[in-house]
Design a protein. Structure first.
Ligand code: SF4
Length: 444
């Protein structure tokens, strides 16, 4: 391998993956590697994959295939590594070995921390490295992180998922739930605050079922953890992602009132508005129970913004059941929603469900749903016009260096004229206009 040790990571999927990529960057930088600005400038490329949707699989294989020519030309001076959820599936590893045999390193979600060693072994031993730990691996603490933003940070509080929603591959790729100790999380957040972080986003597949154990053996649930973090001096905002409705407790809802640093925002995936479809999805709540949670959240915190995930075209979903989803969206009036076409995930129970929905029907429903969601988002955004909001400034926009953007506590994206001294600060912005996905404003 040449002395030029520049790496580039392409990340697919959710915030857990984004954070794993931050950890990979942190570890490699600590070992003397350098982060390249673009893939073409790097001689180590890493793909952190996602298996939740068919699209992400296809994009990954498409991009990986494009590298073959370069790998054949540069051989040991160019290293290709693949990791993430897809690598936890044997059929994917088999495909890579068969169709992309020039990939150098494959590692799984439980052994991200091993990458520097795997690279050392690759260069010393001159043979390919594969490391996929079985699920249930111990949590590795204290890994360095190269954050994307100076002022905000992701903090993993737990790993894995026990829920086995019938469409989802995550419990098979990320393993069973394992929670970090509250003391370790508090220590990490205090260190982040010392390093200039104002906002933390607590991450887990289902943070509501967090069950940490204190050093003295006492249990700490997710609401307890929020109260602990709320007491950290210098921390300004706490967010979390993602929340399963079945585990959203009254105690946690109460934290929205008691904890000033907990942002007025919750992402509460509903997936469907039909109790029958929810049962088929194994979501363990009904439409009524979900609506009741929304009511309680709004009673406790009238300012709260709510977003969601919705799957359209789950096997067996009838027109009437889809219309229940539309009516639920109109009733809840989401601030925003991530909408997905159902796609079969190999190895999940729903793969074998009868009545897979025709693609045209799925697309038709999807378009109708998006129209309803977007209309409501725009209406909700209009309610902000004329108000002055606290915005944590993220930095200049990619297309115009004088336009800055940031997020409100309710996670609304706000664009405004600013300057670089504002990056990382919380400023007051008067909202002057809005569109479907963002607000426009002026600093006051
Ligand atoms: S809660 Fe359901 S959708 Fe979320 S990660 Fe677990 S199995 Fe997947």
């Amino acid at each position: 391998m040449s002395d030029n040790k520049k790496f580039f990571i392409t990340t697919f999927g959710c915030q857990m993956n984004e954070h794993d990529s931050e950890i990979i960057s942190g570890m490699l930088i600590e070992k003397g590697y350098e982060l390249a600005k673009e893939r073409k400038d790097a001689n180590i490329v890493i793909f952190n994959t996602c298996s939740i949707r068919e699209n992400a699989d296809k994009r990954f294989f498409g991009t990986l295939g494009q590298l073959k020519k370069r790998k054949m030309a540069e051989r040991e001076n160019f290293t290709v590594c693949v990791c993430g959820c897809m690598m936890q599936q044997q059929h994917i590893i088999d495909t890579i070995k068969e169709k992309y045999p020039w990939v150098d390193v494959i590692f799984g979600t439980h052994n991200v921390h091993e990458l520097p060693i795997l690279l050392d072994n690759l260069y010393k031993e001159k043979h390919k490295q594969l490391s996929i730990w079985p699920e249930g691996a111990e949590i590795v603490e204290g890994l360095p992180t190269e954050r994307l933003f100076k002022h905000k940070a992701f903090v993993n509080i737990m790993f894995g998922c026990n829920n086995f929603c019938t469409y989802c591959i995550v419990p098979y790729t990320r393993g069973r739930e394992r929670s970090r100790k509250p003391e370790d999380i508090v220590r990490e957040v205090k260190n982040l605050v010392k390093d200039g972080v104002k906002e933390v986003t607590l991450l887990g597949q289902n943070v509501n079922s967090y069950k940490g154990e204190h050093d003295n053996g006492e249990l700490c649930d997710f609401a307890d953890l929020i109260y602990l973090l709320n007491d950290i001096d210098g921390l300004e905002r706490i967010r979390f992602m993602t929340s399963h409705p079945k585990d959203l407790s009254d105690k946690l809802i109460g934290a929205f009132k008691d904890c000033a640093k907990l942002c007025h925002y919750v992402h509460l995936p509903v997936q469907s508005g039909s109790s029958k479809v929810l049962k088929e999805m194994n979501r363990k709540y009904t439409r009524e129970k979900y609506l009741d949670l929304v009511k309680k959240l709004r009673e406790i915190d009238p300012e709260i913004a709510i977003s969601t995930d919705i799957i359209v075209g789950f096997p067996g979903e009838t027109e009437e059941e889809f219309e229940e989803t539309l009516s639920l969206c109109k009733e809840v009036r989401y601030d925003s929603a991530f909408t997905f076409l159902y796609s079969i995930r190999k190895g999940t129970p729903a793969e074998n469900f009868k009545d897979q929905i025709n693609e045209d029907v799925k697309h038709n429903r999807f378009n109708r749903l998006v129209e309803v969601i977007n209309d409501i988002s725009q209406e909700k955004n209009k309610e902000y016009v004329g108000k002055t909001l606290k915005v944590l400034v993220e930095g200049p926009s990619k297309t115009n260096s004088k336009t800055f953007s940031g997020r409100t506590e309710t996670f609304k994206l706000v664009n405004f004229k600013g300057d670089s001294s504002m990056t990382g600060e919380i400023v007051n912005v008067k909202i002057t206009d809005c569109n479907t996905f963002s607000l426009e404003g002026q600093v006051v």
